[in-house]
Design a protein around this ligand. Structure first.
Ligand SMILES: CC(=O)N[C@H]1[C@@H](OP(=O)(O)OP(=O)(O)OC[C@H]2O[C@@H](n3ccc(=O)[nH]c3=O)[C@H](O)[C@@H]2O)O[C@H](CO)[C@@H](O)[C@@H]1O
Length: 368
């Protein structure tokens, strides 16, 4: 099968596309791929690291207010559509997959206009602007949450698939996760991470928690700060750290996240959709701190969905303090029954066969 993938900006839109590519390759080793993204987005690094052919188009998002910038955005969109058509005519894909972010707008739209079967994958409970727009043109809208269905009343075909990143993590090697962090196998590990780009508020809570960590002397804490906040956070943690050096690890980014998650006992995380798919697929009990700075507050909707299923604890940023966060972590570490229950509930919520479901839909659309 010849497949064009497009999605970008942040990890939450890119990793699902890469997970689909891997599953496709598993089911048909002769599959060929082209990834269309932007040079500025995280995809320009992640996709090249994955070794997939990568082409770029230029595109920006709409401002919510009426402005001259929007006129420029429309011009860029139209230029993006003609560049995408060029790339599609040359590559001749059997199917085009969009996983969200501005960039997949012109790509999926162009594909639909050329009569190529298309799938858009929505990761969040509340869909983004691009996917809502594209849902009128796509052959199939694939959902990560069943409750998102009502947002896609104009779609031709809606299918609940889960998020394919769930598949990528259940296949990960736990031993390699411990080894990559330099930790003894089977250590208890608390992972604290603020999404693919890091989050200042989560980092401040990490720093504030340092004095409490000695209450859990056998637990390893892994702080993932995001590239841009790394130096400042690391310095502040070192200043606050009194003799915990071997149990506290501060990293800018984790590139083998599936392996590290497979080794994680309890996670503290933003409520980005791909992260939630990973946590539930592995049954990791978690404390979720949704970002309030996202469209339609969709991370809170994501987190609430898990909380209602008993699969996570939600801490709103407005009520977040280092003390409160540590208390929640401590409870999940010390109260093993509570942890087990949350883990079981998270697992019941997970969709580990998501990538296979999407590939089956690709085959259906292409008649393979
Ligand atoms: C601020 C923002 O707009 N966030 C959105 C973005 O988030 P963002 O990209 O942060 O969100 P997700 O949590 O969905 O995905 C992060 C991905 O990056 C990976 N990862 C993260 C850190 C790291 O060090 N290494 C690593 O590999 C995670 O394992 C995960 O696969 O896209 C998501 C999916 O549409 C949305 O739900 C989020 O609201």
């Amino acid at each position: 099968m010849r497949v064009v993938l497009s999605g970008g900006g942040t990890g939450g839109h890119i990793y699902p596309a890469l997970a689909i590519a891997r599953e496709c390759k598993k089911s048909d080793p002769n599959s060929e791929f082209l990834y269309i993204g932007t040079e500025k987005g995280l995809e320009s690094k992640l996709v090249r690291d994955e070794g997939l052919p990568f082409e770029t188009i230029e595109i920006t998002g709409f401002r919510r207010k009426l402005s001259f910038e929007n006129v420029k955005t429309i011009m860029r969109f139209l230029r993006g559509v003609s560049r995408a058509k060029e790339l599609l005519r040359t590559f001749k894909p059997d199917v085009v997959i969009g996983t969200g972010g501005y960039v997949c707008g012109p790509v999926v739209y162009a594909a639909a206009k050329l009569g190529i079967p298309t799938i858009i994958h929505e990761q969040n409970v509340i869909p983004g602007l691009t996917n809502k727009f594209l849902s009128r043109y796509a052959s199939t809208v694939a959902l990560s949450f069943e409750e998102s269905k009502s947002y896609f009343d104009k779609a031709k075909h809606v299918l609940f698939t889960g998020n394919p990143r769930a598949t990528a993590v259940v296949e990960a090697n736990r031993e390699r996760g411990f080894a990559s962090l330099g930790l003894p196998q089977d250590s208890e590990l608390v992972l604290v991470v603020g999404g693919s780009r890091g989050a200042r508020v989560v980092n401040e809570a990490m720093i504030g928690m340092v004095p409490f960590l000695k209450k859990l002397p056998d637990v390893h804490f892994v702080y993932v700060t995001g590239q841009q906040y790394y130096e400042d956070t690391r310095k502040a943690v070192l200043q606050a750290n009194s003799g915990l050096r071997n149990h506290l690890h501060v990293l800018p980014y984790v590139s083998n996240m599936p392996e590290v998650l497979a080794a994680t006992t309890v996670a503290v995380s933003r409520a980005g959709a791909s992260s939630l798919a990973e946590l539930t697929a592995l049954g990791i009990p978690s404390i979720l701190i949704p970002s309030p700075n996202v469209t339609n507050n969709h991370q809170e909707a994501n987190a609430r969905s898990l909380e209602q299923a008993g699969a996570a604890v939600m801490l709103l940023e407005s009520k977040l303090s280092a003390q409160q966060l540590f208390k929640e972590i401590e409870q999940l570490i010390v109260q093993r029954d509570k942890r087990k229950l949350m883990s079981d509930r998270a697992k019941a919520y997970g969709q580990p066969d998501s990538a296979a479901r999407i590939v089956a839909e690709m085959k259906r659309l292409t008649g393979e």
